[in-house]
Design a protein around this ligand. Sequence first.
Ligand SMILES: Nc1ncnc2c1ncn2[C@@H]1O[C@H](COP(=O)(O)OP(=O)(O)OP(=O)(O)O)[C@@H](O)[C@H]1O
Ligand SMILES: [Mg+2]
Length: 342
Amino acid sequence: MRETALMIELKNITKEYVSKKNRIIGVDNVSLTINRGEIFGIVGYSGAGKSTLLRCMNILERPTSGIVKVDGVDLLQLSSKELRKARQSIGMIFQGFHLVASKTVYENVAFALKAAGVENSIIKESVEELLTIVGLEDRINQYPAQLSGGQKQRVSIARALANNPKVLLCDEATSALDPNTTQSILALLKRINKELGLTIVIITHEMEVVKEICHRCAVMQDGRIVEQGPTYQIFSNPIDPLTKRFIDTVLSFKLPRKLVEGIKGKLVRLQFRGEIAAEAVVSDMLQTFLVKGNILHGKVEYIQDLPLGIFIMELNGDEQEVEKAIDYLRGRVSVVEVVENE
Ligand SMILES: Nc1ncnc2c1ncn2[C@@H]1O[C@H](COP(=O)(O)OP(=O)(O)OP(=O)(O)O)[C@@H](O)[C@H]1O
Ligand SMILES: [Mg+2]
């Protein structure tokens, strides 16, 4: 079969849970495509349907309706034996690691290979290789209880990679970890995405995670996708109010109250995309109009290695001149918002 750019195709996926008393819709008519070699993020609050959607990708949950294709194969048409085989090419990791406490690191990883029928003679070499990839070759004989959270997640990544999958599904894989350990696990996922060409789907409620490693992302609410796009676009120009709330967790900042109280002029928030030189635009504006500018806050975030500059300025002067200056900025800056003094 010809390789296509698509690795995962979900068409009109709905998952209902019906009990005697009620009917809950976990996922509501979601269509989504994920490209080969892509890191795709799905964000949303608790109960949005993220895990359910992810579990539909390897049929741990059987959708009530819709089509699930992974690497061109329609998973819902497979027999249970064929499905078990197909699942070997879809690794999965979880927030709680799901390691077997009574087995060593070696045995936890070897187990996945044994289950897939790999010959014993190959298993030892494979496990060692996998543990080297995740940087745990010196912990091979330890038990999960002897490892930190980050190390446990590394073991579960090694186990998920054991059968050389095409896809790695991650359900809140870093949510139980501290920020530094989160960074190191994200760096590992980024490296295996690059080096092994692995397609990765990440579910998270942390926008930092998306910012750090996802090429594209989708925002979920009430079982539906409310917005999706390239991560830089989502961060620089969010449309849906929920997306804005998520972006705010990373990009917004509150000015100190004292400072806000002392402001007499207009507060403007400027957002610069890509390579535009913020300082040059601001200094041109100050030279062209009879206004005084005072930068109260400025920072540049890097999203997918592209800069996104955010500045908050106070503009003082004659009202008309201030308006003209703001119009001038609007022509040169990707987003200009006049912030209301609280
Ligand atoms: N087995 C089940 N039986 C009944 N309802 C379920 C089942 N699994 C999930 N749901 C419901 O489906 C909805 C989506 O749940 P899901 O676990 O996918 O959310 P989530 O976005 O992963 O949340 P969290 O961030 O808390 O993990 C919720 O209303 C949940 O109660
Ligand atoms: Mg979940």
